[in-house]
Design a protein around this ligand. Sequence first.
Ligand code: SAH
Ligand code: DHB
Ligand code: MG
Length: 221
Amino acid sequence: MLERWTAVDEFMEEAFIGDDPVMEEILKHSHESGLPDISVSPNQGKMLWMMAKLIGAKRILEVGTLGGYSTTWLVRALPEDGRLVTLEYSSLHHQVASENIARAGFADKVDARCGAGADLMRQMIADGEKSFDLIFIDADKDGYADYFKLGLELSHPGTLIIADNVIFNGDILDEDKPWAHLEGIRKFLAAASAETRVESVPLSVVDRKGWDGFLLVWVKD
Ligand code: SAH
Ligand code: DHB
Ligand code: MG
């Protein structure tokens, strides 16, 4: 089915995104710099943009920058005085993302930090960083449960937390696959499920990346 899913994904992209040279350049520069091709798909990127628009986000936190592709979709949704902080462990990815973000014209709105996501989040909490309206979790799957718990500390009632890759082609149900990333996602899903301060719902997608999706987590009033 992947071929069919890809064809429909591309059809929708052509219909509702069309040519987007800025985004295409980001993917090209990331690819040429040797980064893995694991950014969100264009339609998923636009979904992030729309989520940020719908909640009127002014402050966004992203964990897992890669080349800054999802970052750029999200920052495009911000108003003039909006700000986005994005965290990345790899100094190469951080470097390439910084170049991409600057070239896209968003260097003034994006604060790209390099380090382990959980350490940087703990530092932000210790520094009394203002809470975020939207938090996008897309770094190492092992760390998701920590990013979620720390993200809650950086939230306010009404914050929307979005986590990528919560389905992994359905593999999350295969307890016999002892892969750390699947364990990480399961641990995160269990934590979100048990957390009484939030209400969550999956947004399952099939596209060129296969069958995957976001978990949308709403911090309750
Ligand atoms: N959000 C990006 C894709 C992120 S891919 C997009 O859609 O465009 C996952 C990224 O998380 C990789 O760049 C990887 O280097 C980074 N990462 C891995 N471990 C990390 C950690 N402990 N802290 C922060 N980032 C990490
Ligand atoms: C991988 C990571 C991602 O965040 C993603 O969206 C797809 C694949 C990976 O590590 O393989
Ligand atoms: Mg992802």
